[in-house]
Ligand binder design. Structure first.
Ligand SMILES: Nc1ncnc2c1ncn2[C@@H]1O[C@H](COP(=O)(O)OP(=O)(O)OP(=O)(O)O)[C@@H](O)[C@H]1O
Ligand SMILES: [Mg+2]
Length: 379
């Protein structure tokens, strides 16, 4: 397959913050972008050449994207794979929608990982509420019950600590019961593979979650070199094994005994890779665009220690402004990214900040100080 050269058109399904940053990276390289997103004011709306305002599975909009775009990608995994499989008959769609079909369902995803020889938490599919009690007996407690499809930021997850928790469980959809992992760290690797099969990974990131939502990513992860190397090897084994094209976020649990389990795989750029914009020669967004256009991966080494903190919404406000920005801007080497989402909702990812420094302790200090300055005020 030949290289897709600028000014070719890249279609991006989803116009949230990831779609926005992908579009910005594509446009910097001289590509045209078309976004499909039902929200007229979505974050990517202002940074694309064309915006199709329609549902993600709208057949007319998808066909329009198919005829206008040279290659199509997506910014999130909760997009239906069936219409994308159809679309892929005419226009290249990366990652392959068959991979999306596997990864958007937790039982299918973990089964595929195990087939690739990768370790995961033990799991049992729950297709019928009557299976839960037996599955809990088999797996033991604590365990986490996760909706098999459509969850993100911990939505659709229920922690089962003791037998009495089973009484309050809601099981309207298919679920996957997972053994609870007492990890020592959560880590991730952004790994990209291009059309030609060239593979490259960014350094391992250490991730801290609060209420199941990513709060902070620290790069490089504070790990022995050998553990970091193993994490990269596992990530590359997964992406190679799937024959994926594009950037993938591989989330892992590091156990106290040094064993690494894969938690989940995002067939897309990933929140824990935002630090690459400032801290690496090349961002995960450009790496993804290069991969799907058949261009070589570049130099993705980290040139400064970096700490990224997500800026989440607080309280439900139809309109709000962030206070503290000028003070934040006085802190050296801190960059603020606001996604331009109109409505602030509790836990909604409204933006992020990245702090760089000569040393990781100083980057952590700067990120913490910057984040503490910010608060939402009613407009
Ligand atoms: N089996 C587990 N044992 C312990 N903690 C877990 C387990 N599964 C998930 N968690 C915790 O919950 C967080 C979110 O879980 P997971 O990544 O599976 O869900 P998600 O809703 O798909 O999140 P996202 O898509 O935002 O990464 C994990 O990063 C981890 O902190
Ligand atoms: Mg996750």
């Amino acid at each position: 397959m030949s290289t897709i050269r600028p000014p070719a058109t890249i279609g991006i399904i989803g116009g949230g913050q990831l779609g926005k940053m992908l579009s910005q990276a594509a446009k910097r390289l001289g590509y045209r972008t078309i976004i499909l997103d039902p929200a007229a004011a979505c974050p990517a709306a202002g940074v694309c050449d064309e915006h199709l305002v329609a549902r993600f599975d709208d057949p007319i909009a998808l066909a329009a994207m198919g005829s206008a775009a040279d290659v199509i990608t997506y910014e999130f995994e909760n997009v239906a794979s069936a219409p994308l499989l159809q679309l892929a008959k005419e226009t290249a769609v990366y990652p392959d929608p068959r991979i999306l079909h596997t990864l958007c369902h937790r039982t299918r995803e973990k089964t595929a990982l195990r087939k690739l020889g990768v370790k995961t938490a033990d799991f049992i599919p729950i297709d019928d509420p009557s299976q839960l009690a037996g599955a809990v007996d088999q797996l033991g407690l604590p365990a986490i019950l996760k909706v098999s499809e459509g969850g993100y930021d911990g939505k659709g997850q229920q922690l089962l600590s003791c037998k009495s928790d089973l009484a309050s469980v809601s099981l309207a959809a298919h679920h996957t019961l997972e053994a609870y992992i007492s990890f020592s760290k959560e880590i991730s690797v952004i790994c990209a593979r291009n059309i030609e099969g060239e593979i490259s990974s960014f350094p391992v990131t250490e991730n801290i979650h609060r209420n199941y939502i990513l709060y902070m990513s620290i790069a490089p992860a504070r790990l022995p070199e050998e553990t970091a190397q193993r994490a990269v090897e596992i990530a590359e084994q997964v992406v190679e094994g799937l024959a994926g094209v594009g950037a993938f976020g591989i989330e892992m649990f590091l156990q106290p005994d040094g064993e690494i389990l894969v938690n989940e795989i995002a067939p897309r750029v990933h929140n824990s890779g935002h630090y690459t914009i400032e801290a690496c020669h090349l961002s995960q967004f450009e790496q993804h665009i290069r991969a799907i256009c058949g261009l070589p991966p570049g130099d993705n080494r980290l040139h400064r220690p970096a700490v990224m903190v997500n800026i989440l919404g607080e309280g439900k406000r139809p309109a709000a402004r962030l206070a503290g920005i000028p003070d934040l801007m006085r802190i050296p080497e801190v960059n603020l990214h606001l996604y331009g989402k109109e409505e602030v909702r509790p836990g909604r990812k409204m933006g992020h900040l990245t702090a760089l420094a000569d040393s990781l302790p100083l980057a952590l200090e700067r990120a913490g100080a910057a984040h503490r300055l910010l608060r939402w005020e009613d407009d």
